[in-house]
Design a protein around this ligand. Sequence first.
Ligand SMILES: [Zn+2]
Length: 94
Amino acid sequence: MAGRQASDLATTVVLEEVRMNNDIQDFFLCDNCANKNFAIVHNFSLRFHSVNFADRLIYDRLVDEVYQCTKCHKIFSKQEMEEGLRLKRKHREC
Ligand SMILES: [Zn+2]
């Protein structure tokens, strides 16, 4: 998605830890510049597919959401963002 490569889904995730009283807040950070702020970017597309025994194509309208680092403009997919937070949660639970 958006020029990202599968190797970008490596298990190394950069996160920032902020401690307030007894709470710990972990931020997903851009692995390129360590920024923690992201803008939501939508892209819109039509996905065409054929139906059995018909010449006609039907389509789905898709709206995808990706996250763009506000500093270096690197794009992260929703999947990458959630995987990063999931790994951090896993790390905390151990
Ligand atoms: Zn960045």
